[in-house]
Design a protein around this ligand. Structure first.
Ligand SMILES: [Zn+2]
Length: 269
């Protein structure tokens, strides 16, 4: 029976690997958008009904504006690189909720939430663009779906002899992978490699959107300063800010500007 499970795991791994345009890497992902997105959209709507959404304030309008610029930059990049229609199933939405937690996230399919608690750290529209670019990058790189897929493989491994793949209880899988439910997202940290990917992709998208990528290193310095002292807030515990991250962002900023120049963007806000 163990052999069957092993074969199944190998089959799923091979069958589910596809190249992500943003990372250029073959990644494990056997949950198509058509399965993941409807769950994400439902969870997002539920989150909005259970939280204090701020509408029509200067900050909420700014969040929407940055989100639109970032998502439009991602779409331009995809078209230019031969992936038109890649985001056709996305239903971008940007909301600000009144909550002092330092947090922001983007669910699969482009459903974004910023918490008011992160605004003192982002400080400006440019700072919001850093976080927006990073969170959107997680979604574009399918990091959440990969986490679900890895979880499924783990589960298959764990129940060797009881081939449970026929009914993997996908909703439960989804909730685990995204840390949804009472805690909403972000409770499970992304791996360090996913963080690095999101940093690099986010930097390019923000630059194409016309935001100065030099801000990214500054933003993460402020995050680092903010995380000192007591127990770090949610965002900081799942997005640990360290010197390597700050150094990377500093080093990559010129390349992000060069990428933006390909889209005619040479001046940055
Ligand atoms: Zn991240």
């Amino acid at each position: 029976m163990k052999k069957i499970v092993l074969v199944l795991v190998i089959f799923l791994t091979v069958a589910a690997c596809k190249v992500n345009p943003f990372t250029g890497k073959k990644v494990l992902n056997f949950y198509p958008n058509s399965q993941v997105f409807p769950m994400a959209f439902a969870q997002y709507d539920q989150f909005l009904t259970e939280n204090n959404v701020i509408e029509n304030s200067a900050d909420s309008k700014m969040i929407t504006k940055v989100g639109q610029r970032i998502s439009s930059a991602a779409e331009r990049w995809l078209v230019a690189n031969g992936y038109p229609g890649y985001l056709k199933d996305y239903k971008w939405e940007y909301n600000l909720v009144k909550d002092e937690t330092v947090n922001a996230w983007c669910m699969p399919g482009g459903k974004i939430v910023f918490y008011t608690g992160i605004l003192p750290i982002t400080q400006t529209e440019r700072g919001v663009a850093v976080v927006m670019g990073h969170e959107v990058a997680h979604a574009l790189a399918d990091h959440g779906a990969q986490r679900m897929s890895a979880g499924t493989l783990q589960q298959i491994g764990a129940v060797a002899g009881n081939v449970a793949i026929q009914d993997p209880n996908k909703r439960n899988m989804f909730n685990q992978a995204y840390g949804l439910g009472s805690n909403v997202l972000g409770m499970l940290p992304f791996s360090r490699s996913h963080e690095t990917e999101a940093d690099r992709i986010g930097l390019q998208i923000m630059a194409i959107a016309g935001y100065n990528p030099d801000e990214a290193a500054q933003l993460w310095k402020r995050m680092k300063a903010n995380s000192g002292g007591q127990a770090p807030p949610e965002f900081m515990s799942t997005h640990p800010s360290n010197d390597t991250r700050i150094n990377n962002l500093t080093e990559w900023a010129p390349a992000a500007k060069q990428e933006a120049a390909k889209f005619g963007v040479t001046k940055f806000q």
